[in-house]
Write a protein that binds this ligand. Structure first.
Ligand code: SF4
Ligand code: SF4
Length: 316
């Protein structure tokens, strides 16, 4: 008899295929790995989870738009989780195709699904190109999207803080604000997803004082805004500063890895988070019983990822 688990958040990487070549990531080297079988995902949902518990599903990769079953996947998610927030990560290399995909995905989802589109922005165009190996077409995408009224959708940018671009964090924040885009930043981390930074660059030390000044500029700007949601964002950037700029090791109290939160990779393996390469089950066999504390004891890990840090920032 399958044992149900109490997941609230699922990250699905249906393919590792990718058309970028980000310096801090090695997913683009994993193109040939098999892609997700939707029948396996459906089996997992039917047998192992309580669908109404699911609050958030993040579609990541690789590049999700390169997964041939993307629209079918969205249909399936809408059927089982009509009230969940669906986060779509996209690198918008072809603005026309990206906008078409967004419209189709919006259409496949239930009207009650909040769709959050997360687009990478690593700094001004030249820096973005150096880091991601491709130009940014965000201006073009925004021009097209601004004339379309997307139902129940939030558009945002994500900035990966690396030793190459940390000095551009406030630039990315300001650009995003000027375009009415939501903005989040998080540090690059070594993981089975993102760990070839050392291979690509001679590792430059990150100047914590300069990064701290960048985050202070964001905090100062946020403190002038009135929106109640801004408090969460303010807490988030305060915590990010503590995590990245203080010498003391940081404990992530809202880590829910392996209990309420799981990553499903393209081969149907379950992992506790994007940083820990430990198989804790499969779509066919279900999730092994494990707790975040057990995982953290075993790996002596800490992190600052939006999904876990957001929970902490919200609590205040
Ligand atoms: S960070 Fe994303 S876009 Fe960049 S190489 Fe990795 S999977 Fe591709
Ligand atoms: S604290 Fe450890 S287990 Fe939890 S999300 Fe971070 S890296 Fe993963």
């Amino acid at each position: 008899m399958p044992v149900k688990c109490y997941l609230k958040e699922i990250h699905i990487a249906p393919t590792f295929d990718c058309n970028s070549g980000c310096a801090h990531c090695w997913n683009h080297k994993r193109k040939k790995e098999p892609t997700l079988q939707l029948s396996d995902l459906q089996f997992f949902i039917d047998n192992y989870i309580y669908a109404p518990n699911i609050e958030t599903i993040v579609l990541t990769g690789g590049q999700v738009d390169l997964y041939t079953g993307l629209f079918e996947l969205c249909r399936l998610l809408a059927r089982y989780f009509p009230r969940a927030t669906i986060v779509l990560t996209t690198n918008y290399l072809n603005p026309e195709r990206t906008v078409k995909n967004i419209l189709k995905i919006r259409n496949e989802l239930s009207p009650s699904n909040l769709l959050y589109i997360s687009m990478p922005l690593e700094g001004p165009p030249g820096l973005h190109r150096i880091i991601r190996g491709n130009s940014s077409y965000l201006d073009e995408v925004m021009e097209r999207l601004q004339i379309i009224k997307l139902h129940n959708t939030i558009l945002g940018t994500s900035f990966t803080i690396t030793p190459l671009n940390y000095h551009a964090l406030y630039w990315a924040y300001s650009y995003s604000s000027s375009q009415n885009l939501d903005f989040w930043a998080s540090p690059f981390s070594r993981s089975y997803f993102y760990n070839n930074l050392k291979l690509n660059w001679s590792f430059l030390p990150l100047d914590k004082m300069k990064l701290s000044t960048q985050i202070d500029c964001v905090l100062s700007d946020l403190s002038k805004k009135q929106d109640p949601e801004i408090i969460t964002k303010h807490n988030y950037f305060l915590g990010l500063k503590a995590f990245m700029c203080n010498p003391a090791s940081f404990y992530m109290p809202t880590c829910r890895a392996g209990s309420e939160y799981v990553v499903i990779d393209s081969q149907g393996k379950l992992k506790p988070c994007v940083l820990i390469d430990k198989e804790i089950g499969t779509l066919r066999k279900g999730l092994n019983a494990c707790t975040p504390n057990e995982i953290r004891r075993q790996f002596a890990c800490s992190c600052w990822t939006v999904c876990h840090a957001y929970g902490m920032a919200k609590k205040g």
